[in-house]
Write a protein that binds this ligand. Structure first.
Ligand code: ASP
Ligand code: MG
Length: 403
């Protein structure tokens, strides 16, 4: 097999751990695989470099920041290649540029535009292990770019796509994706397999494991992703095409998002185009609106409620203020003490009654539902934050996810 193995910051956190990674990579090679390794900087290293720059400037040039930040990954890539070669497994370290990772020009948050896998393929043919510095590429002017925080997952997935790898393994300190957050529900189980779409909807469960951007790219490039721990041999979770999962469960997991605020607009003038005006203004300001409810109008006015992430709240307030000043909205109110619980599963596409069970579970626990939204594979409910854990455990039980 051709395998990409990506090791995150904690997995390469010190020299001993880098040696452990070298041992693991050499095992894969010994088993007859071709291996491309992608590494993060040692944990804490990127933040340390950021701190160094801050000592001199609160607003350093982003091209220099990319030169600086990309060095962390080069350190681990070089050390790992040295360790592997010393063990008798010839390895070559590559910067993003040498690996052929071409990005656009937006420094510190570049997008990968293309990968030229030629150099990697030649080395693989020669039997070498390749160790690529993650999180970085090169733009068309030859300048180093970085892909945004947590970007080495993206490097790994993009490389896996470009070289046609059979598997892209993402090693972290977490053993996989669970049916829900085990800190809330200790009975949570690790999933063997999950589809890309479910993973994207369960983002809050995967947040510490995988970037959503990487899952989107894996889906687009059809890369089989596995998340697993580098600290034991425990099998991880495979994230793959829905068609590759023979028997998908009705529900795969319960996600909790505490990071939402509810905004209520009262006395919104009822004219064609008002919703478009409000939500376009929010979009122009990069505010991520999630759930929206509009009530039936009477006396020429209506109420609209919606949710935004907590860190968009201030921007959203100033947009709403504009409409209040112009008289098109009479009053606004904000509730930060809410959360969103979601039931996710591709199985619900073909089964009735999944939503009804979610609602009756809330009823049985005396939890009031404030807002509801559904998609083909998800039911989300906004409830008071104080019921968050009760709701998650109740739903986990109701859908028998511990079985
Ligand atoms: N070292 C970079 C960061 O901390 C990239 C990564 O670890 O994925 O954001
Ligand atoms: Mg990471």
């Amino acid at each position: 097999m051709l395998i990409v193995q990506k090791f995150g910051g904690t997995s390469v956190g010190d020299l001993e751990r880098i040696q452990n990674v070298a041992n693991r990579v050499s095992e894969s090679k010994k088993a007859g695989n071709d291996v491309v390794v992608v590494v993060s900087a040692m944990s804490g290293e990127t933040n340390k470099l950021l701190g160094y720059a801050e000592y001199f400037s609160s607003n350093p040039a982003r091209a220099e920041m990319d030169m600086l930040l990309s060095s962390g990954e080069r350190v681990t890539a070089s050390l790992l290649a040295i360790a592997l070669s010393e063990m008798g497994f010839p390895a070559t370290a590559m910067s993003g540029r040498k690996a052929g990772i071409l990005t656009d020009e937006s420094h510190t948050k570049a997008r990968i535009e293309d990968i030229n896998p030629h150099a990697m393929k030649e080395l693989l043919k020669a039997g070498k292990i390749i160790v690529v510095a993650g999180f970085q590429g090169v733009n068309k002017n030859g300048d180093v770019t970085t892909l945004g925080r947590g970007g080495s997952d993206l490097s790994a997935v993009a490389i896996a796509g470009a070289i046609g790898a059979d598997l892209c393994e993402i090693y972290t300190d977490v053993s996989g994706i669970y049916t829900t957050d085990p800190r809330i529900e200790p009975k949570a189980k690790k999933l063997d397999k999950i589809s890309y779409d479910e993973m994207l909807e369960l983002a809050s469960l995967g947040a510490k494991v995988l970037q959503n951007r990487s899952v989107e790219m894996a889906k687009k490039l059809n890369v089989n992703l596995v998340t697993r721990t580098s600290f034991s041999n425990e099998e991880g979770t495979l994230i793959t095409k829905e068609e590759n999962i023979m028997e998908s469960p009705l529900v795969s997991g319960i996600a909790l998002d505490r990071n939402q605020t509810r905004i209520s607009l009262m006395g919104v003038i009822d004219r064609p185009g008002i919703a478009s005006d409000i939500f376009n203004k929010l979009a122009e300001n990069d505010i991520n609106v999630d759930m929206i409810i509009q009530n039936k109008a009477h006396d020429g006015a209506t109420n609209i409620d919606f949710t935004v992430p907590l860190n968009d709240l201030n921007d959203a307030k100033s947009v709403v203020d504009g409409f209040v000043k112009s008289g098109e909205i009479k009053a606004d109110s904000y509730n930060e003490d809410i959360c969103k619980v979601s039931v996710v599963g591709v199985g619900m596409k073909s089964h009735a009654g999944v939503a009804a069970l979610a609602f009756s579970t809330m009823a049985d626990n005396n939890i009031n539902i404030n807002m509801i939204s559904t998609s083909e594979i998800k039911i989300s409910m906004v409830i008071d934050e104080k019921y968050a854990e009760l709701a998650v455990r109740g739903l986990h039980d109701a859908y028998e996810l511990d079985k």
